[in-house]
Design a protein around this ligand. Sequence first.
Ligand code: FES
Length: 320
Amino acid sequence: MPDATQQEIWWAVARSEEVTARKPLAVDIGEQPVVLWRDAQGTARALEDRCPHRRAPLSLGCIRDNGWIQCGYHGWMYEGETGRLKEIPNMKDQQKFPPVYRAQAFGVYEQGGMVRVCLDAKATAPTLHDDPLTYVGTAHVSLGHQEYLDALYDDPGLVIAIRGVSFTPYLMSELRNQDGLLVMERSCQWKGLHWPAPFSSDFPLTVLTQTHPVSGETKLTLRDGEMNDLLHAVIAPVPAARGVTAIRWRAALGVRHPGLRGAALRGLNPFSVRGTVDGARLRVTRPSASLHGEDLRNAMCAPELTSEAGPLTPVETVAA
Ligand code: FES
């Protein structure tokens, strides 16, 4: 697996509504702590979550009316675009601030209800045009980033839930590289359809997943037999400190499916990401779709391929 934090990757570290001008938000990209907030113009900003003075987390400070972030320890203030030190309480105006006291600024890109951060501040922001999706959530799971994605590939029910729908172990297509994304399709059923028979070969639904090979950001689409989009979601797992994966997600319903099944899908919380993973079930889940995932990712992220194709960007939908 390539070192994800060293590449020009845009990580969806927060949902737009989580980033405010009232209170700083602390997130991580791997072992890199990041503080997010909105400045006076409403623009999302991201700095390293360590004050250059004595390394106190800036996220423990506050946001001033002018949009600067103020450290909670000795009160130094930084602006968000460059991380430049702007003010030290009680220091006379004519005194110059040593340039070494500049917080590290990161690239920020907000679109589709997600705030994405790139550790390379000079990275080119992608051009996505997704509308924000209605149903949202944030979960923190005690599972490494790759283990989380492998669980999604091998048994989606371990990590997500779709109301009224059960995932089967049967794949319509194996994990494959399609237009720079890891793509696979899994057969699904409506819940409670097949009583009393314990088996069936009738799978009226499929779930299509399209995953960025490094960030793991995934577009998920639930479709019926006529290929109608019944529900779609963006799932954005980000490696956090201490082996935790932070997952932000947004989802929306698509075409209305007739009858009780469609009504069940349109009930409360049609989609959710599980906040905990059943360890007993995970332990006995055999690697299946994930088996070739690492080889595929390594091939897709080889330097000669990414330099030809340009920097990897967040997931854009490709035709299935
Ligand atoms: S540690 Fe932040 S101002 Fe001193």
